[in-house]
Design a protein around this ligand. Sequence first.
Ligand code: CA
Length: 357
Amino acid sequence: MNMFSKATKLVVATALLAGLSTASMAKDKVYKWKLATTWGPTLSPFIDAPENMAKLVEEMSNGRLIIRVDAANKHKSAFGILDMVKGGQYEMGHSASYYWKGKDIDLLPFTTMPFGMTAPEQYAWFYYGGGLELMQKAYAKHHVLSFPGGNTGNQMGGWFRKEVKTLDDLKGLKMRIPGFAGEIMAKLGLTVTNIAPGELYTALERGTIDALEWVGPGMDINMGFHKVAPYYYTGWHEPATELQFLVNEKAYNKLPKDLQAILLTAMKISSYNMYIQNYDMSATAWSKIATEYPDIKIKTFPKPIMDAMKQANKELLTEMSKDHPLLKEVLDSQAAYQKKAREWTKMSDYLYLKDNL
Ligand code: CA
């Protein structure tokens, strides 16, 4: 009797355990993802955005979603991020949307546009002005989801070996400059190219290129460009460069709702953190530039050059959106939002700064 009772208890206990483990299996299932970035393993703050995101995801999910971040030296395809996420080799990517302009022009405007919105204006457009929906629409044909991935704020116009005084000084120069700004520079007679971040310094030093733009003092000075090309121009072309997180749509849809929410939250927090981290890096570097790097010559492009850039920008916007209805929809949305938001920027930041510099 006792034995029987013991056996019954055992059966009941085993059944209970089995039931429990079935229920908790779904809850405890561990998702292991991989993320590919365009950036090298020490390229702060760009690499920090996906690394912080992965760390937050792991902590918030109690280890149920683990994302391994592969820097460019690992996968060796700095500009292949979209293809790798689309093809499913990586569930996620971190890069800049304007790098795919040759592949799909509709993806270009989600990083930044010359003479376009500043970072607060553009973030407002993404999250409250329909920008995020348009970005999903543009990426839908690739079966990839895309989210803001960290902003650099206003970028510097780049490093030149010689001073640029006239439009003729620009003609024939070979410059690394991506995105829509590259199209403008090509229209002004430069030979334009894009080069992976890890190869920029060598390209400039060896004379493969005569000039380049990268980000701002916080990131540029670490790269050493000033040793080769000391003329450092103020910005016009990337007023609010937003990086992008890419997520394979199928992989995202397989995640339980709570892990999706954790992922979205972690991407948003780490993006905002990169924005302020880069601001701090540039402010710190800038505060030391005059004393530690007295050979750097800070310049602004003369007005005739700026006017020519603006004119080329206007013509190219009309020309390039003519045969691309989705690109036109995005550009029109950005232009309309910029017009509205800029009035407030003038009333708030601009008037405040004008009298408090
Ligand atoms: Ca740049």
